[in-house]
Ligand binder design. Structure first.
Ligand SMILES: [Zn+2]
Length: 247
């Protein structure tokens, strides 16, 4: 009798303390078999994160002149402005292609094609959050040197910044990067591109072909890198403002 009672007690204890644990293990096993540990949880209205919108700034770079239009020319050595503009713009384009989380960069021309000024304006107004035109300057004085940036105002156009602000930033970052003489920003009522764009636009004259020392710098790859890096910094600063205005 005592033996039967002890066996009953052992059975009771086993049922109370061990059986449920085995039951849970069985349930777990069943669940595991039915639906394996999911890497991608099944969507439900409460746990599906809404996809983050991809925000970046569309930047248009204009290598001034090109094709039939040579721009400014000097004879000794024989240099065309269109070639220098393209060299600087291409280097800048190459750098900005690596900043794809902030900018989508395109150019008005990629080779020696002739692109009319109205067409450049059209591309800028249709596609760009802001527009940078790259040129080289000339002067009757061989002493003239340095960087200047031109702008117009575009009142009434709903943009995160004005052309003047764009010109200020591009001028500052490019002068800082190159150490060139700072000729400042200038309002210009005549330049065609500035007259017809409705997106913030700055036209930068990166140096003087007529100054022998500055011309040598403009022909130097390391100096072109400094120019491109300075332009890039300014462009990224303004891209941040475009992105912030969309948030
Ligand atoms: Zn030019």
């Amino acid at each position: 009798m005592l033996i039967i009672s002890i066996l009953s007690l052992i059975f009771l204890l086993y049922t109370c303390y061990f059986a449920p644990a085995r039951g849970a293990a069985e349930v777990l096993t069943e669940r595991t078999e039915v639906s394996p540990p999911s890497v991608t949880p099944s969507p439900s209205p409460t746990n599906t994160p809404s996809p983050k919108p991809i925000i970046y700034a569309n930047v248009l770079i204009d290598p001034g002149h090109g094709g039939d239009d040579y721009g400014a020319e000097v004879e000794s050595p024989s240099i065309n402005e269109k070639i220098l503009n393209m060299t600087i713009a291409s280097r800048l384009y190459e750098l900005l292609r690596r900043d794809s989380e902030k900018v989508r960069v395109s150019m008005t021309r990629y080779g020696e094609t002739t692109v009319s000024r109205p067409r450049r304006v059209e591309i800028a107004n249709e596609t760009a959050d802001f527009f940078i035109s790259i040129h080289c300057n000339t002067s009757e004085s061989s002493l003239a040197r340095g960087i200047s940036t031109y702008f117009q105002t575009h009142e009434g156009v709903d943009k995160p910044f004005t052309s003047e602000e764009l010109a200020e930033v591009i001028q500052r970052t490019t002068v800082e990067s190159t150490g060139a003489r700072d000729r400042g920003i200038q309002y210009d009522a005549e330049l065609y591109l500035l007259n017809h764009t409705t997106t913030p636009t700055a036209l930068i004259e990166v140096g003087y072909l007529t100054n022998p020392e500055e011309l040598q710098l403009l022909l130097d790859d390391d100096y072109v890198d400094l120019l491109a890096e300075g332009l890039r910094k300014g462009i990224l600063e303004m891209a941040d403002r475009v992105i912030a205005s969309h948030k």
